[in-house]
Design a protein around this ligand. Structure first.
Ligand code: AMP
Ligand code: MN
Ligand code: MN
Length: 327
């Protein structure tokens, strides 16, 4: 028997002031789900005073309606309800953290396998492609506008790698179809919002590929970019997306490690795998998390220290799964 549907409307009863928050370094699913929720509520519940909080996302999401309403600092207080979306743990909430904790009610909507269930109510579906997919299932289909559909479609596209990762299901595709029928300009969302890179982004991607190293009998690929290299090419942290995915696509590789320096001797690490390595377990060991095929963490030390620490866990997993023999 299937579970009863969890409806957003049930959480909005009696709510006068609402906050929405995503995670630090917002990605497509974070922006899409925060804005999809914001647009749906402001369009259908105009009496609720709704605030959406996020670090300034990259300009590439400017096509989503109401991005100018995103607040980067919290001025308001006394929220009846605060919704954290696409957020696996409270530490990653960023700007809205203090007010989230003080809200009368908190709700966490998410799809991370590493979710710590930090809300008073938690609606977490680890099998969903994206938080946008979880969100869609909580909404009344006929109340979703083209603008909200565009935001939600964006999150699904980003977290499913344009419907190619194994988190993509028949249900994901059915939702995408429904959203298309709302008039989403899907070629633009996919091309300009996902694949397009600036000139300097392509340069740093090229640099990362050139400097990449195959390890563990070719089953692992690794590359690192230092702060001085980022400065040399004129790229910011927000422009480092997509590199780890290109590394992952290397033939024969099961797991890709990409890291960039966020402060001296401190690296933001991204892990992606194809079949064997559980990235969430590796990142989780170092205080991060995510999903089985995509996870992240932050590690201190030289790039050699960082990669050696990660490799120990990756090698162990590959050994356990007998992947390193007969290569
Ligand atoms: P990234 O490599 O940063 O693109 O992240 C891959 C996935 O892991 C995303 O779903 C992130 O939300 C999640 N993730 C990344 N870093 C962390 C972290 N420090 N803690 C928990 N989850 C993370
Ligand atoms: Mn995210
Ligand atoms: Mn997500």
């Amino acid at each position: 028997m299937s579970e009863p549907r969890v409806k957003l409307a049930d959480f909005l009863v009696g709510v006068k002031k609402l906050g929405i928050a995503g995670h630090v370094r917002p990605d497509g699913d974070c922006v899409g789900s925060c804005m999809g929720l914001y647009l749906y509520i402001t369009e259908n519940y105009p009496d609720i005073e709704t605030h959406v909080y996020m670090e300034e996302p990259k300009g590439r999401f400017d096509y989503i309606k109401a991005m100018d309403k995103v607040e980067e600092t919290v001025v308001d207080t006394d929220f009846d309800l605060f919704i954290a979306i696409d957020l696996s743990n409270a530490e990653r909430i960023g700007v809205a953290g203090e007010e989230y904790v003080k809200a009368k009610k908190t709700l966490c909507i998410d799809h991370h396998v590493s979710n710590t269930k930090f809300g008073m109510v938690n609606h977490v579906i680890p099998t969903a492609s994206s938080s946008c997919e979880v969100l869609y299932d909580m909404l009344e289909e006929e109340k979703i506008s083209e603008a909200a559909a565009t935001a939600i479609y964006t999150g699904i596209v980003h977290d499913s790698g344009v419907f190619k990762y194994e988190n993509t299901s028949e249900h994901t595709m059915n939702i995408a179809g429904k959203l298309m029928s709302k008039g989403v300009n899907f070629p633009a969302v996919i091309d300009e919002g996902f694949y397009e890179k600036s000139y300097v982004q392509n340069q740093i991607l090229g640099r990362a590929l050139l400097e990449s190293i195959l390890l563990l009998k070719g089953k692992c690929i690794y590359s690192a970019i230092s702060q001085s290299e980022m400065k040399f090419y004129g790229v910011t942290q927000k422009e480092m997306g997509g590199i780890v995915e290109q590394l992952r696509l290397t033939a024969g590789v099961d797991v890709a490690i990409f890291m960039y320096e966020i402060s001296p001797m401190e690296y933001k690490v991204s892990l992606r795998s194809k079949k064997y390595v559980d990235c969430n377990v590796v990142a989780g060991y170092f205080g991060g998390g995510g999903h089985v095929r995509a996870a992240g963490c932050i590690l201190k030390g030289t790039k050699h220290d960082v990669v050696n620490n990660l490799l120990e866990h990756i090698e162990q997993q590959l050994e356990e799964k007998d992947v390193l023999h007969n290569v």
